[in-house]
Write a new protein. Structure first.
Length: 80
């Protein structure tokens, strides 16, 4: 129902290398648009962004950072 559509933001916090993060984002792109060569417009308009979790955003991903701290405390200190 086109009348019920509106913008949504989906956020995913992951602990990964930059290469792994970009590979995951590419998989999400393929889910949203399985045929990147189709004629525009996309049936589901979308855009994406990727970047590290900064200090201001860290609270949003507290459970993720807590789990990493349990598994590898030195890793958290190096990356945050």
């Amino acid at each position: 129902m086109a009348g019920d559509r509106r913008g949504w933001e989906l956020r995913f916090g992951i602990w990964a290398t930059e290469q792994q993060a970009h590979a995951l984002l590419e998989r999400v792109h393929r889910l949203l648009c399985p045929d990147p060569d189709h004629a525009p417009p996309c049936p589901i308009p979308w855009e994406s962004a990727i970047g590290p979790i900064d200090h201001a955003e860290a609270g949003r991903y507290r459970a993720l950072l807590d789990q990493v701290a349990i598994e590898d405390p030195d890793e958290v200190r190096r990356r945050t």
